[in-house]
Design a protein around this ligand. Structure first.
Ligand SMILES: [Zn+2]
Length: 413
């Protein structure tokens, strides 16, 4: 692993790579040309996504005061042009949603599948949620449009109208007691195309046993996604480079996934399109978040405790500090775990207030080659022992409690 080379790669990916855009496509091409330069042949696998664009959002409080607020509708939001009564519905609990029909609801919380079901049953005119943090300065942060993901809206006739405002504006509407509002949203749905970059290095001893490596290459809107997750992509390139020169015992599958930030769409597509191969996959290694100088390394196993213990002992023996635990991890490991493949997510959590995700603050400034090297030592150690193990020290099984957590997670997305 070479921290300086990884840093240079992250620098080359220092732009917005939103799902289904030219940015994501450009990221995929950079990854493919890096692979080609080490003689590693890759393919591009494209898949359709349900996307949406917001053409305009206008929000104006009419009573008991008059004020226009910056607002941005969710992608795939319903359109509206209405004047309606406003109600502060707190967290959208059942008692909050009584007599909400036809009203514009102010909400403290985001919209997952369960919340969406409750909101659709309440039939509000629209819902307004807060984005970011109360202390965000307008000139330093962007108002992020949310997304009503297909998984969230599936099975309903019609769609909710959902709009984001800045947290400080939401707070202002709550404390100022907004009662009447005009809201106008113009948006449209469209089908988009996203992509995964994939490649294989055959095993020379146990070729029928597959280890899959994932790292998502997309970012959220406005984010250059250096820490989340050009850094993870860089490790996969280093691993591919290493195993092209040092043939592995097991077959290695590399997946630089698209549209992770839209609900793990690239990895979901991969497991559905390669079912037979996934049946032969014994382990998935996911790398998401790394490069942060201030922070700590982690190894989170979504699988049997034997694997967690193996990694924990290995790292302790090597004197490498890392948080190790058995849990779910919100990333491309989930579709593999959902298909019965044990997963380990490796990376580095940036310390709070000294690293950022999903915002324009996720920049090259919070990445260092030394930090990449440090986490690289852990990744190399954990991965190489498993790739070349005489026998894998764990079964291909997901314990029931973790299975339940994965199911809960997928329902919430
Ligand atoms: Zn990520």
């Amino acid at each position: 692993m070479n921290g300086l080379r990884m840093f240079d790669f992250i620098k080359s990916m220092d732009f917005v790579r939103l799902s289904g855009t030219a940015g994501e496509e450009k990221g995929a091409e950079i990854i493919r040309s890096e692979c080609a330069s080490s003689g590693f042949d890759t393919q591009l696998e494209t898949f359709a996504t349900q996307d949406g664009e917001v053409i305009s959002t206008e929000l104006e409080v009419l009573e008991p005061y008059h004020k226009v607020y910056e607002a941005c509708a969710f992608r795939r939001s319903a359109c509206t042009d209405t004047v309606a009564e406003v109600k502060y519905a707190e967290d959208g609990l059942p008692a909050n949603l009584i007599e909400s029909k036809g009203k514009i609801l102010l909400l403290n919380v985001g919209i997952n599948r369960k919340k969406y079901e409750a909101l659709m049953a309440a039939v509000p005119a629209a819902v307004i949620v807060g984005d970011g943090d109360f202390w965000d300065r307008n000139e330093e942060t962007n108002l992020q449009p949310g997304m009503l993901r297909p998984f969230v809206t599936e099975g309903f006739e019609g769609r909710l109208c959902a709009v984001s405002v800045r947290k400080k504006d939401l707070y202002d509407m709550i404390v100022s007691g907004a009662t009447k509002m005009r809201l106008k949203v113009v948006a449209r749905d469209f089908e988009n195309t996203s992509r995964n970059v994939v490649g294989t290095i055959p095993g020379n001893r146990f070729p029928e046993q597959i280890i899959a490596f994932t790292a998502h290459m997309d970012s959220t809107q406005f984010s250059h996604g250096c820490y989340d997750n050009a850094a993870g992509c860089a490790y996969l390139l280093e691993l591919a480079r290493h195993y092209m020169l040092n043939p592995p015992a097991r077959t290695l599958r590399f997946i630089w996934a698209g549209s992770e930030e839209r609900g793990l769409l690239g990895s979901k597509y991969f497991v559905s399109a390669h079912k037979e191969e996934v049946d032969k996959t014994r382990l998935s290694v996911n790398i998401d978040l790394a490069g942060s100088p201030a922070g700590h390394d982690f190894a989170i196993v979504t699988g049997p405790s034997e694997l967690t213990n193996h990694i924990d002992m290995l790292l302790k023996e090597a004197g490498h500090a890392a948080e190790t635990r058995t849990d779910t991890y919100s990333s491309d490991c989930i579709p593999f775990a959902d298909s019965g493949v044990p997963s380990v997510s490796l990376g580095r959590f940036g310390a709070q207030g000294m690293s950022y995700i999903h915002s324009c603050k996720d920049t090259l400034q919070f990445i260092s080659a030394a930090s990449l090297d440090k986490t690289g030592e852990m990744i190399e150690l954990v991965v190489d022992r498993l790739v070349n193990a005489a026998c894998l020290p764990f079964e291909r099984t997901i314990p029931n409690d973790i299975k339940k957590k994965v199911d809960d997670y997928l329902l919430k997305k």
